[in-house]
Design a protein around this ligand. Structure first.
Ligand code: HMG
Length: 384
């Protein structure tokens, strides 16, 4: 049975900051941020937006009534959840008008969460071929103002429907994975911002990629020649480049040039948005699908979540994939955003809604939003 991604959708908040303006405000050479880190813009969520509202938005962009009838599983991967008990998935039930007879929950393992969701969905569909699964990656990446990680922040969500006879990406069911207890990046429950050993985290990421690529080649008797494209978790676009560079001199010059060219297509959206944490690999997939992909291409996908879990798996792009992706809607979303000044971004960063907050809908520029915090319970609304 063929199983994989049947639909893929995306949401990014309307506001962004310009990375050159951020560099100037931090007295940094802009080339460090645009070339050394590899970013152009960074998405900034409003205080009425969070992991729940962004998840609802990305899923809403692809879900039809027919999909809803067939859903048996909903998994949200996030490390930005709003509640230590109730899952982001439970909040989505009425926002998305989903049927009750589905299994819905949240998975956390840093940026690996959505891949854990995807592989769980694969197993679910293989046992329940007439059912579909909805997997959503949703996160706000926050390190804090004037920290080294600030330039690698971002926000957004990617939603995917997993089914049999997928129209976008068939998963090969070939995968290698690994887990190590590593202190490269963490966010204690008291903190809204992450802590990172930045340079160490880069080393662990690259080491995981190299280890898994060796494992994949041995397990499946594979070589780079089997793939036209390698997609990476992209906390910032230079990071995937560092992993890709480990292949230079180990694959033919032609193959390295092809992989590099395709990688550039996969990072276009990420340069515009920043880190989505667990959605980053899938934003890279979407960017590649919209900007360069061809039917029947074989992809290798590297998922990495600090802490740390890595997985390397493969899939094949399906003929007609372009008809299933709403490219116009995605480009409109990216192109119709508004630039926020660095001082406004800094002010908004400090805003934190507390109990008793009621959000005036007239101030909301999004379909799904946090409407109220009552008795410390977050309540959400949808508007047209
Ligand atoms: P930093 O110390 O500010 O930067 O932190 P740097 O000094 O390492 O410079 C960065 C690059 O810019 C270097 O290039 C410089 O040479 C270059 P590289 O050696 O890396 O190729 N550079 C310049 N280039 C052009 N013109 C110039 C110039 N000056 C310098 N004038 C760091 C950078 C990424 C460490 C920091 O932003 C950080 O800590 N970020 C957060 C951690 C992170 O993103 N880690 C990635 C791996 S871990 C991961 O992916 C998981 C994660 O997504 C979380 C999760 O799983 O949930 C983070």
């Amino acid at each position: 049975m063929k199983i994989g991604i049947d639909k893929i959708g995306f949401y990014v908040p309307k506001d962004y900051i310009d990375i050159v303006e951020l560099a100037k405000a931090r007295n940094v050479d802009p080339n460090k941020f645009t070339i050394g880190i590899g970013q152009d813009k960074q998405a900034v969520p409003q205080p009425y937006q969070d992991a729940v509202t962004m998840a609802a938005s990305s899923a809403d962009s692809i879900l039809t009534d027919d999909d809803k009838k067939d859903l048996g599983l909903l998994i949200v991967g996030t490390e930005s959840s709003v509640d230590e008990s109730k899952s982001t998935a439970a909040f989505l039930m009425d926002l998305l008008d989903l049927p009750e007879d589905i299994r819905a929950f949240e998975i956390k393992q840093a940026c690996y969460g959505a891949t854990a969701g995807l592989q769980t969905a694969y197993d679910f569909v293989s046992q329940n071929p007439d059912k579909k699964a909805l997997v959503i990656a949703t996160d706000i990446a926050r390190y804090g103002i004037k920290t080294p990680g600030e330039v690698t922040q971002g926000a957004g969500s990617v939603a995917m429907i997993i089914s049999q006879n997928p129209r976008v990406l068939k998963l090969d069911h070939k995968s290698v994975y690994m887990t190590r207890n590593v202190g490269d990046f963490w966010r204690p429950t008291f903190s809204k911002t992450a802590f990172a050993r930045g340079k160490f985290s880069n080393e662990v990421y690259v080491d995981f990629f190299k280890t898994l690529w060796d494992k994949y080649q041995t397990k499946y008797d594979a070589t780079a020649a089997d793939f036209s494209t390698m997609l990476f978790h992209i906390p910032y676009t230079k990071m995937g480049t560092k992993a890709l560079r480990t292949l230079e001199g180990h694959v033919s010059d032609e193959k390295y040039a092809e992989l590099t060219e395709h990688y550039q297509a996969s990072i276009k959206f990420s340069r515009e948005v920043g880190n989505l944490y667990t959605g980053s690999l899938y934003l890279g997939l979407l960017s590649y699908l919209v900007n360069a992909a061809k039917a029947n291409e074989e992809l290798l996908l590297f998922s990495y979540g600090s802490g740390a879990v890595g997985e390397l798996y493969s899939g094949e792009i399906q003929p007609g994939f372009e008809k299933v992706i709403d490219q116009d809607a995605i480009m409109n979303l990216l192109n119709n955003r508004e630039k926020m000044s660095i001082s406004d971004y800094e002010k908004m960063y400090e805003i934190e809604y507390s109990d008793g907050t009621i959000v005036d809908p007239a101030t909301v520029d999004a379909k799904f939003y946090l409407s109220e915090i009552k008795e410390n319970e977050r309540l959400y609304k949808k508007q047209n």
